[in-house]
Write a protein that binds this ligand. Structure first.
Ligand code: SF4
Ligand code: SF4
Length: 59
């Protein structure tokens, strides 16, 4: 499964967008958008998120 954002906890810091090797994350004004076709499920975004707002479920 591609990365999934919890919009209730995401504070739109942009930290995850800079570590995504696939340019699958786009920070818009009030929402973090995941391009599920681009996501390669590397898990980088989940590792760097300071509030655990983005999860990658493998398998
Ligand atoms: S799992 Fe990897 S490829 Fe997918 S959105 Fe997160 S950083 Fe980008
Ligand atoms: S690192 Fe976490 S809090 Fe920051 S924009 Fe990404 S998902 Fe949201």
């Amino acid at each position: 499964m591609p990365a999934k954002v919890n919009e209730n906890t995401c504070m739109h810091c942009g930290g995850c967008t800079s570590v995504c090797p696939a340019q699958a994350l786009e920070l818009q004004e009030t929402v973090l958008v995941v391009d599920t076709d681009k996501c390669i499920e590397c898990g980088n975004c989940q590792k760097v998120c300071p509030v655990g707002a983005i999860k990658v479920v493998k398998g």
